[in-house]
Design a protein around this ligand. Sequence first.
Ligand SMILES: [Zn+2]
Length: 443
Amino acid sequence: MGDTGTTPAEVPAAQLPNSPKPGYSTHIVLTTYPGQSGIDPVPLEWGAPDSKSRGPVVVSRSGPLLKRRNAMGAHGGNYSIYNALAIASGDLDPNFRPDFRNSEPIFKFPWQPAWADKEKIVSMDPYGHDIVNQFREQLDAGWDIRPTMAITRANMKLAEIGEAVRDGKLGVDGDIVVDSTGEVRVTKVAVEPVWYLPGVADRFGVDEGTLRRTLFEHTGGSYPELITRPDLKIFLPPIGGLTVYIFGPPERVSDENVKLALRIHDECNGSDVFQSDICTCRPYLAFGIQEAIREAQNGGSGVVIYFRKEGRALGEVTKYLVYNARKRGGDTADKYFTRTENIAGVRDMRFQALMPDILHWLGIKKIDRMLSMSNMKHDAIVQSGIKIHERIPIPDDMIPNDSRVEIDAKINAGYFTTGRQYTMEELAAVKGRGWEKWEDVTH
Ligand SMILES: [Zn+2]
């Protein structure tokens, strides 16, 4: 390559199996270096007092922005790959610029001191919802900068909420619960991850270099600038984000004078959507929504935050392998965590350390009723400086039979309960359903 005049960070595009599509340069820039000719990142100061002094997150590699970007990764979280496919297949022009007209938030969340605190918020862009306003000038000049948050409203219908209204557990107020079928009005905030690497490293108690190296190595070397650009502190990781569901007027969320009921829920597609009965996820989610609505109807606020961390962030393939190992190995609560550790190496990869960021963004200072039994969520929230006044376990009558194994094992491992903890002998007696009847069906 030396005689082509390229730097080691570039290779001729001809090395690819076919010639590049129009729109790409003839040389592929594999990575960049600080001090390299033309490298001039747009100033960005995480934790600055306002969006303008903070500066926009610029992650695009398009045209001159390649040398001016101040962030690594790509927009869209895990959907960045679909974006690449759309461009590869010719469906999307790589130079497409979105038209953001009328896409602005339906509610203007008030600025919070945490937005300017580089320790309180490290995993989302606190101005990610408002870039169209804050960075209008750059957008008009053709820069490819994009919101990483969006705020909308919707009506929703959940079977359990309909039942609660029919059974008289929830009333129709016309505002939050709009009718007797249990239709509910909700404000929603979607957030894509934007990581400030020094802050993320701090949360995990590792140095930034170790964090960068492991992210680089274990994403197949996908983001070489993690190594070559220590001056770039922002990384948009290819992972799922979160959604906030707010019941009642959104301005009440940060109001310390009214009560707040809150559930933090980590995704479990099999239960949340398809209602498989091996765990308590959907029942607890429905209970969380019901209690959030109740608090809002009582003049307070109710919030449910849904994180895309499928199967304790181990993914569904690992989760199903664990289910099989449980069912074949004698599914008892005393062995519940061992089955996961055998296959995944750890029992949980959700790492709640980054989770409280969204609470600080919303301006939450205390939680009156925490609809979660997880000690990890509790500890992460309290350690971040937010008080929790009361913890509310899932009611016993909402626990599906086959999920006793999960919930009893969790209680034994430190999950909050108002009942008592189980001994190991008792846990060994808590058994899941097994597959006996299934085998009758399939044979
Ligand atoms: Zn589940």
